[in-house]
Design a protein around this ligand. Structure first.
Ligand code: NAD
Length: 247
C-alpha cells in the first residue's frame, strides 16, 4: 500500500545535480510530497522541472563555484526561504592511484565536498532565521567497499560524512539537522560504462538481489528532510539493498 501525504508542504528544497539520475528522482519525490523544488545543475535542468510542473524552478548552479551559490541564494529569495538542501551533484572518475593527478583530485574534492560547505555558507542564514532546516549530503556506500581506482572519490564521500557530523553540532540549536545518505550501485548514467556482468557481481553481494534504481534512494531523503527526523542528526543512512553492513 502506498500512502503519499504532503509531508513537505510549506518547505522549499534545493537539489543539486538534479538534471538526471538520483538528483532528478529526489527532486521529483520532494515535489510529490508538497515541497517547492529548486532543481539545479550545470545547465538548466528543464526536463526535471517539466516533469514536476509549474511549482518547480530551474537554476544553473555549478556546485564548485562560490559565485554560483551566491547568485542562486539571491535569486531563490524571490521564491521564498530555502530550508532543505540536498547536495547530490557528484564527480566520479575511476583513476588508479598511479594515474591520479592533482587536477582530478581537486575537481573531485570541489564537486563532492566544497559544494557542501558552500551550500551551508549560503543557505544556513535563512534556515537559522526560520529555526528549521535540513542538509542532506549524498555520499556513497563505496566508503565501505574495496573498489580499486576510487581513492579520491572515497576520500571525498567520507569527507561528506565527517562534515555532516561536525555541522550537526553547530546548527542543532536552531532546529537544523545534517545527515548523509549512502546509495549503493544505482542505475543511472554514472554506471553506464559498466557491463551487465559487472553490475550483477555488485548487486549479487546485496541482501536484496537487484540493481538499485534512483527512486530507491528517495525514501531516505524524504525521511531525513521531514519533521519525523527532527531528532536525527549527524547520521548516515545506507541505501544499497544491504550490501554494506557495519556495527
Ligand atoms: N549511481 C551510483 O551508482 C551511485 C552510487 C553511490 C553514490 N552515488 C552518488 O549519487 C550522486 C548522483 O549520482 P548519479 O548516479 O545520479 O549521477 P549522474 O551522472 O546521473 O548525475 C549527476 C549529476 O550531477 C551533475 N553535476 C556534475 N558536476 C556538477 C557540478 N560541478 N555542479 C553541478 N552539477 C554537477 C551532472 O550534470 C549530473 O546531472 C553523486 O553524488 C554520486 O556520487 C551514485
Amino acid at each position: 500500500m502506498k500512502i503519499s501525504t504532503k509531508t513537505h508542504e510549506g518547505h522549499i528544497a534545493l537539489v543539486t545535480g538534479a538534471a538526471q539520475g538520483i538528483g532528478q528522482a529526489i527532486a521529483l519525490a520532494l515535489a510529490e510530497r508538497g515541497a517547492q523544488v529548486i532543481a539545479t545543475d550545470l545547465t538548466l535542468p528543464h526536463q526535471t522541472v517539466d516533469k514536476i510542473g509549474r511549482s518547480a524552478h530551474a537554476f544553473q548552479l555549478d556546485v564548485t563555484e562560490e559565485e554560483d551559490w551566491r547568485s542562486v541564494s539571491l535569486k531563490s529569495r524571490d521564491i521564498g526561504e530555502v530550508d532543505i538542501v540536498v547536495n547530490n551533484a557528484g564527480y566520479f572518475p575511476n583513476r588508479s592511484i598511479d594515474e591520479l593527478d592533482l587536477p582530478t583530485w581537486r575537481k573531485t574534492m570541489a564537486t563532492n565536498l566544497d559544494s557542501h560547505f558552500l551550500s551551508v555558507k549560503y543557505f544556513l542564514p535563512t534556515m537559522r532565521k526560520k529555526k528549521w532546516g535540513r542538509f542532506v549530503g549524498v555520499s556513497s556506500n563505496m566508503v565501505g567497499l574495496a573498489i580499486p581506482g576510487m581513492s579520491h572519490y572515497i576520500a571525498s564521500k567520507m569527507g561528506i560524512i565527517g562534515f555532516m557530523r561536525g555541522l550537526a553540532n553547530d546548527v542543532a540549536n536552531d532546529g537544523i539537522t545534517a545527515n548523509a545518505v549512502l546509495p549503493g550501485l544505482t542505475n543511472t548514467a554514472a554506471i553506464r560504462p559498466q557491463s551487465e556482468d559487472q553490475k550483477r557481481s555488485t548487486w549479487e553481494q546485496q541482501a536484496i538481489k537487484r540493481l538499485g534504481e534512483p527512486k530507491d534512494v528517495t525514501g531516505a531523503v524524504l525521511f531525513l528532510t521531514s519533521d519525523d527526523a527532527a531528532f536525527i542528526t549527524g547520521q548516515v543512512i545506507v541505501v544499497d539493498g544491504g550490501q554494506y553492513r557495519i556495527g
